[in-house]
Each structure stands twice: as structure tokens, then as C-alpha cells.
Design a protein around this ligand. Sequence first.
Ligand code: HEC
Ligand code: HEC
Length: 244
Amino acid sequence: MNKLLTTLFALSVACATGLALAQTAPAAAPAAPSQAPAAAAAKPATPASAKSLEAKIEMCVGCHGIVGYRASFPEVHRVPKIAGQSAKYIAAALQAYKTGDRKHPTMRGIAETLSEQDVADIAAYYQNLGQAGRAPLADKPSREPSAQVALLLQKGNCAACHGANLSKPIDPSYPKIAGQHADYLFVALKAYKIENNAALGRSNGVMGAIAKQFSNNELKAIANYVGSLDGETETIPESRFHRN
Ligand code: HEC
Ligand code: HEC
């Protein structure tokens, strides 16, 4: 148990420093543009394409690779499960942090260091992570909603886009939401309602129009139900990428 705790502590430190480390770590291949690391840090949009997949993922595992890992901003919640999420959606989300359509400061800082190629590689990696041999998810949700939640889901027409079982989106750039952490779903849904805030919010017009129809209590009820379903996304510890 002690060993586990030590490892977790080391990882959370790695998590906090991962960004700096990743920017100064030597690139695996020498093909990077003729930028010194210092210049690369000042101009984060360009330098990453020569990094190995391992170096790219190492920036993520300190949070997304620890089962139950919690973030504290803007309130304590588990970090989203991204393994098994669709690559197009992961790429779209990373792009939204890059452009500032999603304001979450930590994820913005991280996404800004990723090149287009990094985003594509990372998204493909996480889509497949842990999925080999997984039985396909049934179309029917693993639990029925309460009468109250059934009405809310109907009002928001959630399955029209997020698909059968809320895990088979009609477009791969839309997220699978069944079985995602309920506390994260609640934070994400509230974020679509927030406007004109530099550090909080998501400006996606589609989800904005939907989330704004609901009170926070209603969003919480929806999040608790959706999070309680069986789903395809997971947190997978990626120990082979941990150096400590
Ligand atoms: C310091 C912890 C931390 C690190 C490191 C981190 N993330 Fe995140 N990530 C988060 C948190 C917290 C959120 C939720 C942000 C929000 O509310 O929008 C998030 C959100 C995301 C999302 C959106 C998920 C969704 O369902 O919409 C993706 C995709 C993502 N991260 C990918 C990555 C990748 C790829 C890396 C590494 C390059 C990474 N993250 C590194 C904490 C982290
Ligand atoms: C018209 C299509 C559409 C409908 C209807 C819809 N969504 Fe979405 N949803 C999307 C899209 C597109 C995104 C990605 C937005 C983004 O990039 O931030 C999304 C994102 C989300 C997210 C963020 C997931 C994450 O991992 O961060 C949640 C939660 C969500 N939707 C829940 C719902 C719920 C609950 C309903 C019904 C009340 C609903 N959606 C209805 C299209 C839709």
C-alpha cells in the first residue's frame, strides 16, 4: 500500500511538472524545426511533431491514466475518462482547448503545446487504448432512468445526437457520454452555460443551447444517471509509460 501511495504521489508531482518536462525533454527524433527548447517553450504551437508517441502521452497519464484521479478546478471532480472515446471527438476537444472555445486553463496550456500531428496521434492512441477484445455495448442502456430524468433526456433529445445508449454518437466528433464520471459530466454540462468568463466555460453553440434549458439541479440529475450507465470509456493506467 505504501508503495502505491508513493507512486501516486510521484505521479501527481509528475503531473504538475509534466508540461515543463515534456517541453524540455530531448526530442526522440532530431527532425524538429531549428528551434532551441527555450524558443519552443515561448512558441508552443510548433515544436511537437518530432516527439515520440510515448513522450506525447507521458504528458497525459499523470491525470488521465490514474483511476479516480481528481482535479479541483472549478470544483473537485474526477478527470474525464478518455480511453475508448472516439478519436474525432478527442481531437475536436483538444482543438477546442487550443482555440479557447473551451476555457479550462490546464487543458488549454497542455493543448497549446500539441501540434496537429500530436493531436491526431494522441487521439488515435486513446480511441484504441484498452478496447481490444471488448464486447460491443448493447443499444439498450444498462439501467432505466427515473421518470424525472426520462423527461429531461427527452426534452434535451440527448439520444438524437449521442446515440443509442448515449454511447453511439451519430457523428464521431460527438462524445460517448454513457458511463463517463458523473461529477465530470456535471461540470462539463454547467460549463456550456457559462459565458464571458476567461477561465471557465465552453462556447459550443449546440450544447450551449441544450444545457441552458436546464437548471443545475436538473443537470446534476442527468449527469448522475448518464454516469451510472455502462459505457465504453475508461481510465486505463499506462504503467509502461511511467519512468518512476
Ligand atoms: C493536470 C491534469 C491533466 C493533464 C496532465 C491532462 N489533462 Fe486532459 N483534462 C484534465 C481535466 C481536469 C479535464 C476536464 C477539463 C474541462 O472541464 O473541460 C480534461 C479534459 C480533457 C479532454 C476532454 C475530455 C472530454 O470528454 O471532453 C481531453 C480529450 C483531454 N483532457 C486530453 C488530454 C491529453 C491528450 C493530455 C496529454 C497531452 C491531457 N489531457 C493532460 C486534466 C488533465
Ligand atoms: C444536436 C446534437 C446534440 C444534442 C441533442 C445533445 N448533444 Fe451533447 N454534445 C453534442 C456535441 C456536438 C458535443 C461536443 C461539444 C464540444 O465540442 O464541446 C456534446 C457534448 C456533450 C457533453 C460533454 C461531454 C464531455 O465528455 O465533455 C455532455 C456531457 C453532453 N453533450 C450531454 C448531453 C445531454 C445530457 C444531452 C441531452 C440533455 C445532450 N448532450 C444533447 C451534441 C448534442
